[in-house]
Design a protein around this ligand. Structure first.
Ligand SMILES: [Zn+2]
Length: 170
């Protein structure tokens, strides 16, 4: 018997009926086995989870409720971290507005240098930061505070109708 063996379950959380657990010689072997198992036992796995959900609905609900608060905190922390990362990147590492130097990150945003940011954001349905990261932090953006952002919009006449006339300096 080898010194170290790895217990391989056919699914991460449980074992479908009829599937046999198996000892493996290495994590790689186990990984390959699981991948192969998943590919060849889709039906069984679906059936297993259907059955599991039917028999454990209370347990699943309780777990979901106890996790959801913690998950929310985690998701918020991750979003905050991503925002900081992006603000820092688009301000050359300073985490400040590139125009005026304002540094409270709560009022800092990422500005589309050539305008058109609002339309783009609308298209992405709120996933703008994730989009930036997914696209390897493309050029053409800068970190601006909300004040500088509003001023820039006014100067570029990005407002519509009466809002533009109110915000025009003269
Ligand atoms: Zn500013």
């Amino acid at each position: 018997m080898p010194e170290k063996q790895y217990w391989g379950k056919p699914t991460p959380m449980g074992r479908p009926k009829g599937a046999k657990n198996k000892w493996h010689q290495s994590p790689e072997e186990r990984k390959a086995y699981l991948k192969d198992y998943k590919a060849t036992h889709k039906r069984e796995e679906q059936e297993y989870w259907k059955e599991y959900k039917r028999n454990n609905s209370e347990k699943i609900k309780a777990r979901y409720l106890s996790n959801s608060e913690a998950n929310k905190v985690k998701i918020r922390a991750r979003a905050r971290e991503l925002k900081r990362e992006l603000l820092s990147h688009y301000s050359n590492g300073t985490l400040k507005c590139v125009k005026c130097g304002f540094d409270d990150y709560r009022a800092l945003t990422i500005d589309h240098i050539n305008g058109g940011g609002t339309a783009h954001r609308r298209l992405l349905k709120g996933g703008f930061y994730a989009w930036l990261r997914k696209n390897n932090l493309p050029e053409g953006y800068q970190t601006l505070c909300m004040n500088c952002q509003w001023i820039k919009r006014s100067e570029n006449r990005e407002y519509k109708g009466i809002a533009q006339r109110i915000n025009d300096k003269n």
